[in-house]
Design a protein. Sequence first.
Length: 83
Amino acid sequence: MPLYDYHCQACDKRFEILVRASDTPACPQCQSTALEKCVSRIAPAGKIEAIRMAHRRVAAAQGHFDHYSPSDKAKLLQGKKNI
């Protein structure tokens, strides 16, 4: 599910939400579906790798190693020991 930024035209609230292709998003504040999809901000270049590795550590803690290379698994396990 992709994460999108929206602007509610009814109450002027800006928010982000995970949306399935089959779902119609609604404003969390007023429940209106009169939404405008906005351009999301990009994470700063230095933080992208840290964010990616943090998500991989969470997946590793939950036992989701299926799509990782052996070197990535080793990094995850090493990061887990440092926590």
